[in-house]
Ligand binder design. Structure first.
Ligand SMILES: O=C(O)[C@H](O)[C@@H](O)[C@H](O)[C@H](O)CO
Ligand SMILES: [Mg+2]
Length: 403
């Protein structure tokens, strides 16, 4: 199974996606997602200039060795660009191995640990009533877990809320970063009422999640976690930026609200203190940004020792290739928690035909050999890359803050 060719496909059907295709001498190919929202071309350059030339001629079956070769061989360790590049190679190689074995990927990983994969949907609204209407609509679609976000009175734009009613939320919506304004005080005064309203209207039989998107300090996050305990959140996500892992210790000591973190992490080392001290409950890194299946399996196994479960990031800015591979991983991994599901646009799904299915709030894994996701390269060519950036946040006095 010698690698005879590897190349990148950059396409923008609805939004930008970067896909690596690895072809073997026998003609079997695999694809991997390398999309890093707002920094797409950095990963393309890393792969094209430094990785692809070193892949040609290698045995596609030696997934672990190629992972170590790319990780240790770069000398420069970790980081989202490196790990997204390695993640794409890894995903494509697992796809090839599973296709060669004639098996769906979950079989190669060790078989099914469950019949279906619970997902959570995004429910947003400019205010609490609009958000409740979205929750209602999503429960009717079969979801049993919903992430709720609303506009905050006195703040013009809020993370997670679409600009216009009925539109999809897409944060990377301008060529250069848009500037937003943030007020922690206004947010903390508003958000507990959202959970109270959701519980009052829909009861305690659904899972409710919320994403703080890195905006609080540890003591503010502790206060929020404590305030919302009566509403029994499934998780509070990214309540602080976590470069300093000790921040989570302080929060944990004050609240029983479960904590999810890690969508911007890319290595087991970003998690080590958090996992070993049991300061978190869910790990969020998606396969694309965390070095692929090989590395996420290692993180999930470490997490399992400490009662910590998976809750992989699944926004529209990871491609259906990542999502498809995640459904296989989620079907296998013993310590599965939940999978994020932000549906892709119809044109994205056409460019990336796939066999995972959504039914009754869950993903069902397919039986196609490999990870079950392909790319229509001809169609992809019709949607050229467009530069798009994530916004930045400033406090009301102009200080740059976390977005
Ligand atoms: O929980 C989530 O789904 C995330 O926070 C996303 O909405 C990110 O903001 C996005 O992936 C950035 O590219
Ligand atoms: Mg998030």
């Amino acid at each position: 199974m010698k690698i005879s060719d590897a190349y990148l496909i950059v396409t923008s059907p609805g939004r930008n996606f970067v896909t690596l295709k690895i072809v073997t001498k026998s003609g079997t190919y695999g694809i991997g997602d390398a999309t890093l929202n707002g920094r797409e071309m950095a990963v393309v350059a890393y792969l094209e200039e430094h990785v692809v030339p070193a892949l040609i001629g290698r045995d596609a079956g030696r997934i672990e060795d190629i992972w170590q070769y790319l990780y240790r061989g770069a000398y420069w360790r970790r980081g989202p660009v490196t790990m997204a590049a390695i993640g794409a190679v890894d995903m494509a190689l697992w796809d090839i191995k599973a296709k060669a074995a004639g098996m769906p990927l979950y079989q190669l990983l060790g078989g099914k640990s469950r019949e279906r994969v619970m997902t959570y949907a995004h429910c947003t609204g400019k205010d609490i009533d609009a958000c409740l209407a979205e929750v209602d609509a999503h429960l009717k679609l079969g979801y049993r877990a919903v992430r709720v976000q609303t506009g905050v009175p006195g703040i013009a734009t809020t993370y997670g809320v679409a600009k216009r009613e009925g539109e999809r939320y897409e944060p990377a919506d301008s060529e250069l970063p848009a500037e937003h304004v943030w007020s922690t005080e206004k947010y903390l005064n508003h958000v507990p009422a959202l959970f109270a309203a959701v519980r009052e209207r829909f009861g305690h039989d659904i899972h409710v999640l919320h994403d703080v998107h890195h905006r609080l300090t540890p003591i503010e996050a502790a206060r929020l976690g404590k305030m919302v305990e009566p509403y029994h959140l499934f998780w509070l996500e990214d309540c602080v930026p976590a470069e300093n892992q000790q921040s989570l210790k302080l929060i944990r000591e004050h609240t029983t609200t479960p904590l999810a973190i890690g969508e911007v992490f890319n290595s087991i080392h970003d998690y080590r203190e958090l996992i070993e001290n049991q300061w978190i409950d869910y790990i969020r890194t998606p396969l694309t940004h965390g070095g692929g299946i090989t590395h996420l399996r290692r993180i999930a196994d470490l997490a399992a020792l400490y009662h910590i479960r998976t809750g992989f990031h699944g926004p529209t800015d990871v491609s259906p290739v990542c999502l498809g591979a995640a459904v296989h991983f989620d079907t296998w991994v013993p310590n599965f928690g939940i999978q994020e599901h932000m549906p892709h646009e119809a044109i994205t799904d056409q460019v990336f035909p796939h066999d995972y299915r959504f039914e009754d709030g869950h993903f069902l894994v397919g039986e196609t050999p490999g990870h079950g996701v392909d790319i229509d390269e001809e169609l992809a060519r019709q949607y050229p890359y467009k530069r798009a950036s994530l916004p930045v946040n400033r406090l009301e006095d102009g200080t740059l803050w976390h977005w």
